[in-house]
Design a protein around this ligand. Structure first.
Ligand SMILES: C[S@@+](CC[C@H](N)C(=O)[O-])C[C@H]1O[C@@H](n2cnc3c(N)ncnc32)[C@H](O)[C@@H]1O
Length: 285
């Protein structure tokens, strides 16, 4: 069990986001335990969200570009869906770290059930202060988790520390456009959303500054990809599916118990003011 030793980590807030029965049910039934967006290219259907999620995991695997057997850290591993995909499709050996004990239990249980316990392992931890020795991984990735970091620079420095020289980092996730480019109305929508979803990282970086945080942690940036156009079809499909159920829950005053639904619906309102970025970087020394 992780504790909030320095008073920086909003553990109670994150438990509220991920732990409510509504939220957990939403992710289990609707997202089949994956807690991330999807990737859709022109000509591909946006309505099959599970397929889009598998495509996004494949994008991550290709950006990691590590040979089978490589040791990889999944920072913020959730229920381990991404780790299992990388283990089966790319032959990687994945160690997941997540703050939520119930995510870790679920990840280990699902991996055992899939016969992947030997290639994936999950433990409770805060990726700002990892237990792992220096240079112990060939790769590190974070799939839609850096937005939760209370100190993204420190988290990235930890990722750098645990990577061996030549090791690779892939960071995927949303970043708001710089404040100066955000109309007041959109800012007013984003602020409460960022608080409700406990996204302090998105107050510490924006779409223009996140790359500088990565290089500031010692990495050489190989690619900064604005992938918003590949993520937007998932935003549109989820909005179409869940707009009405969410409106009903909201009317009943239950929306706080269904934060997964809230994020899928409210992301639509701010979709043109959030960039979805994929950063690929290398530890050279
Ligand atoms: C949006 S979910 C993504 C989960 C997983 N990467 C996936 O794509 O299915 C974010 C995850 O990050 C975890 N998390 C947030 N802050 C963390 C921290 N400081 N250390 C470890 N895990 C963290 C949350 O518990 C949650 O499981």
């Amino acid at each position: 069990m992780v504790s909030d030793v320095q008073g920086e980590l909003d553990l109670a807030g994150l438990r509220r986001v991920y732990g409510t029965p509504g939220h957990r049910l939403f992710y289990r039934l609707v997202c089949r335990n994956a807690r991330h967006w999807g990737w859709t290219e022109p000509g591909q259907s946006k309505w099959r969200c599970w397929r889009a999620q598998r495509r996004l995991e494949a994008v991550l695997g290709r950006k990691l570009a590590l040979p089978p057997g490589s040791r990889v850290l999944d920072a913020g591993s959730g229920s381990g869906v991404v780790a299992r995909q990388l283990a089966t499709r790319f032959g990687l050996r994945v160690t997941g770290v997540d703050l939520m004990d119930f995510h870790v239990r679920e990840a280990n249980r699902l991996s055992a059930r899939a016969g992947l316990a030997g290639r994936t392992a999950f433990a409770c931890g805060d990726y700002h202060r990892l237990d792992h020795p220096d240079r112990s991984f060939d790769g590190v990735y974070s799939m839609e988790t850096l937005c939760h970091a209370y100190d993204p620079a420190r988290a990235l420095a930890e990722f750098h520390r645990v990577l061996r020289p030549g090791g690779r980092l892939v960071v995927l996730g949303p970043a708001p456009l710089p404040k100066a480019e955000l109309p007041a109305a959109q800012q007013a929508l984003l602020e409460p959303y960022m608080d409700a979803m406990v996204l302090p990282g998105t107050r510490r970086y924006d779409s223009r500054t996140i790359g500088g945080l990565i290089t500031g942690a010692g990495f050489r940036l190989e690619e900064e990809l604005d992938a918003t156009r590949y993520y937007l079809p998932t935003t549109e499909a989820l909005y179409a599916y869940f707009r009405l159920p969410y409106a009903v829950l909201r009317r009943l005053g239950l929306s706080e118990h269904w934060l997964g639904l809230r994020s899928t619906v409210e992301m639509y309102e701010v979709r043109h003011h959030v960039a979805w970025l994929v950063h690929t970087a290398v530890r050279d020394d």
